[in-house]
Design a protein around this ligand. Structure first.
Ligand SMILES: Cc1cc2nc3c(=O)[nH]c(=O)nc-3n(C[C@H](O)[C@H](O)[C@H](O)COP(=O)(O)OP(=O)(O)OC[C@H]3O[C@@H](n4cnc5c(N)ncnc54)[C@H](O)[C@@H]3O)c2cc1C
Length: 243
């Protein structure tokens, strides 16, 4: 329920229109109505999804329900086969079988799976009227103008002001980088700044691919993935990061 007065009380800039930025904009719109003016700045010229499927955990579904999106998500999510015993997990260094080392607990529901683009499309449809999306706006850094006022700098040399800035700009976040680079040196050790700001590879690789179930059925009609939601977890990396 919104207790909005109709006149914005302050402005929030969200940097990045990925799933995080979109969910935040929808949430502010739902609970603050027009009390909060939202400016959503996206580096690209469209809002799109990278990757293929996404799995919603129980907690995520609670958030989806609170946002009133449950029905729409349910309509487009993938339904497990009626024979499903629940998700199957196995370690990839077990050559065959080994799927049963994790099983659904009694009463636990299956995780919800869907294509990422369908999720993004639903979130886009629910962006509130208090939200303006600005495309081709890649934030490079921000400065403090005064208490409670920030100036945002973009790659096209333009600037904007805001009261609150929230970084939802992904793994190579410019917001996080600026935050750590401008923090008081008593708070953050300067020798650790790149560790906090620059993404580095942990040594784990995830392979993902999409193929039609009919094709898999032709090649391997008994493949477990035709009956269950299957995840194959990576084996542990050795200490030097080699797989
Ligand atoms: C292989 C893989 C599988 C995953 N599977 C799942 C899953 O099944 N379930 C799950 O819950 N999570 C999953 N995750 C995690 C999930 O995908 C991420 O946590 C989520 O996408 C992060 O969303 P985000 O909006 O924070 O960032 P992003 O999706 O990275 O979006 C960032 C947005 O910011 C924009 N941007 C970047 N820099 C700037 C800038 N300087 N200025 C303006 N805009 C900028 C980008 O263009 C992009 O639109 C998976 C991740 C990976 C890699």
């Amino acid at each position: 329920m919104s207790l909005s007065s109709g006149t914005p009380k302050f402005r929030v800039a969200i940097c990045g229109a990925g799933i995080g930025g979109l969910v935040l904009a929808v949430t502010i719109g739902k609970f603050a109505g027009r009390d909060v003016q939202i400016d959503l700045y996206e580096a690209h010229d469209v809002i799109t999804a990278t990757g293929a499927g996404i799995v919603f955990s129980r907690r995520t579904m609670e958030v989806i329900e609170a946002l009133g999106l449950y029905e729409e998500i349910s309509c487009v999510s993938a339904k497990p086969p009626s024979s499903s015993q629940g998700p199957q997990f196995r370690k990839s260094d077990i050559p065959t079988g080994g799927f049963k080392w994790f099983q659904r607990l009694v009463g636990q529901s299956d995780p919800v799976t869907m294509h990422r683009q369908l999720l993004v499309d639903i979130l886009k449809r629910h962006l509130p009227s208090s939200c303006t999306v600005h495309f081709n706006k890649r934030l490079t850094k921000y400065d403090k103008l005064s208490a409670g006022s920030l100036v945002l700098h973009f790659a096209d040399d333009s600037t904007e002001t805001t009261d609150v800035l929230i970084g939802a700009d992904g793994i190579r976040s410019s917001v996080r980088k600026t935050l750590f680079e401008t923090l008081d040196r008593d708070i953050v050790d300067s020798s650790k700044i790149t560790h906090y700001t620059d993404a580095s590879w942990t040594g784990t690789v995830v392979y993902r691919a999409i193929l039609p179930a009919e094709k898999l059925s032709e090649i391997d009609p008994n493949n477990v993935a035709l009956k269950e939601f299957v995840m194959v977890s990576p084996r542990e990396s050795s200490h030097d990061g080699q797989e």
